[in-house]
Write a protein that binds this ligand. Sequence first.
Ligand code: NAD
Ligand code: UD1
Length: 338
Amino acid sequence: MSQRILVTGGAGFIGSHTCVALAAAGYVPVILDNLCNSDVRVLERLHQITGSTLQFIQGDVRDAALLARVFAETPFAAAIHFAGLKAVGDSVSDPLAYYDTNVGGSLMLASAMRDAGVNTLIFSSSATVYGEPEHSPIPEDAALRPASPYGRSKLMVEQALVDLYRSQPGWRIALLRYFNPVGAHESGLIGEHPHGKPNNLMPFVCQVAVGQRDKLQIHGGDYPTPDGTGVRDYVHVMDLAEGHVAALKHAEIQSSLVTLNLGTGQGASVLEVVRAFERASGRPLPFEIGPRRPGDVPAYWGDPSLAQATLGWRARRSLDQMCADSWRWQQRNPEGYR
Ligand code: NAD
Ligand code: UD1
């Protein structure tokens, strides 16, 4: 019988793409999401892509009674825990909300799993746990000094799960540190649609390209990088999604706790992203170089070699493909799922 996987936050950007990869690999994803940052209409799109109706539970990962019921009703093989809040600026203005959802929600989920005897957990961590790195590519054993409550909430969960594993080594845990996820499923049916003004580069670029915004503000052109703009490790969301499947398969083989970077191992500058997007969309992308954004790191990218050695996974999709897929999604769904 196909294994059921609980996907918290599965209606969101990375979670929805991971549901597609799980279904393609023969798993049965079951989504638990409170829809605080997603749209229920993603389910119809997932149906179109996968050909099956995914089970959806609308609820909060901090709801202990709900989790107990969910685990009692369904024999899950594992959980992938995406549910959380992710806006760095909001985490500074409302840190308690971030610790409550990200730390509290993760502890609630791990406790419910322990009580139900489900011991395989894949956790969405972030490269933000490294803060400003000494050098790139960043290996997993680099210093951890997150610069925001959001980043610290991710690090706290990592530490709690390491302690849990030490106390009960039967657990199978993967802490996956994502670099900068962008792109969309190649069908153009699912993608990222942030509420309000996007903070992140790719959604902003997409909105400029479809004419919803006049121009891109490039935050800083005087960084010590080849063209002066910030450099990041952009990774296609479908590569990330497949990384989760690889982590599940690894967990099936042996009890372990692994901490892995999921990125391409290559940095791209803001101007390189702009040029790649222009190639993908076939239209010029107006931009203006402005001041640096407070708190931004000039440049970083990850070392994904441990993920490749451990999981046999590596990111395969190029920056051009990330832009082409983002563009297809944005063009076909300028208002997101609405
Ligand atoms: P997203 O906001 O699109 O998805 C998160 C989902 O979790 C949403 O559907 C939201 O409704 C749901 N959710 C939030 N709080 C919940 C709660 N209390 N109970 C149930 N559901 C809840 O974000 P995403 O980009 O898909 O990110 C997924 C995970 O990956 C997050 O934990 C995020 O911190 C982490 N991450 C994201 C990035 C990124 O750039 N997107 C980078 C590194 C790590
Ligand atoms: C941000 C978060 C990080 C999170 C990551 C997820 C901060 C400080 N960090 O990182 O915690 O894990 O998103 O992808 O918010 N840029 C512009 N113009 C824009 C938007 C961005 O020039 O309108 C530049 C930025 O200065 C940066 C690059 O584009 O050089 C990428 O920015 P962004 O997408 O926000 O990601 P990060 O800054 O890496």
